[in-house]
Design a protein around this ligand. Structure first.
Ligand code: HEM
Ligand code: HEM
Length: 181
């Protein structure tokens, strides 16, 4: 427990997981939203960036949740009213669902379309991933639709999260933002 943040800090490993994920999520979202509007010959670079950023988020988030089990985060401030407590916890849970489920959906979508991450779209352009399944167009369509819906919801969830952080910092002045910095 620190003097500047009386409810306790996040540990430095938890902070690294949090802040490394932010630009990767920015990359995954920006490329994901641009891909449908690109000409076919320009798509592969964006697929590579999108899928590699997304899979890296998945790997980091699995490690992060493992780390979190062993090193639980500091409790929410005592002064936080119950509705805000519920909202903060629900948002964090929803963010973890996106961090894990969205890359898995994307991964199974590409595989079900018959495009394993090999050659031009290898992981970060370097590592060929094994072909995971035979192409199954119907399944690919369903997974793609769910991935699209969750992909479009993600910016709103992130906006709510960031607004919450700013609200804590600027209005409640309870040190919540500082303990993640
Ligand atoms: C947190 C990680 C991810 C986020 C936030 C994300 C988000 C998105 C978004 C917003 C779209 C555009 C939806 C649309 O308007 O059509 C999209 C499309 C797509 N994503 Fe992801 N995605 C992630 C991870 C992945 C991963 C890991 C893969 C594959 C390994 C993947 C494969 C795809 C594919 C194949 C499309 C369809 C692109 C097209 O229209 O051709 N995504 N994603
Ligand atoms: C890709 C973008 C982001 C994602 C996916 C994300 C995700 C998360 C998650 C899952 C947590 C819960 C950590 C835990 O208890 O295990 C968290 C906490 C936190 N995030 Fe973010 N975050 C993002 C961006 C930001 C930004 C831009 C800010 C600042 C403006 C921010 C500020 C915070 C703060 C202050 C906490 C700690 C809240 C508390 O102490 O209860 N996050 N974030």
């Amino acid at each position: 427990m620190s003097i500047s943040h009386p409810d306790g800090d996040y540990g430095s490993i938890a902070k690294i997981f949090h802040w490394v994920t932010v630009p990767l999520m920015g990359l995954a979202l920006a490329t994901g939203l641009v891909i449908p509007h690109l000409k076919d010959d320009a798509k592969n670079l964006f697929y590579t960036l999108h899928e590699s950023a997304g899979l890296t988020i998945l790997l980091l988030s699995v490690a992060r949740l493992g780390w979190r089990r062993v090193n639980p985060p500091p409790p929410l401030p005592e002064s936080l009213p119950r509705p805000l407590r519920v909202a903060a916890t629900a948002t964090h849970h929803a963010l973890y669902v996106v961090l894990i489920l969205q890359p898995l959906l994307g991964f199974f979508t590409t595989n079900a379309y018959g495009f394993p991450q090999q050659g031009d779209t290898a992981f970060w352009g370097i590592i060929d991933l094994p072909k995971f399944m035979e192409a199954r167009e119907g399944l690919a369509g369903v997974l793609h639709s769910i991935h699209q819906v969750l992909g479009w919801l993600t910016p709103f969830l992130l906006a709510a999260h960031v607004c919450g952080a700013i609200y804590h910092h600027a209005i409640r002045k309870d040190g919540t933002l500082m303990r993640m910095l």
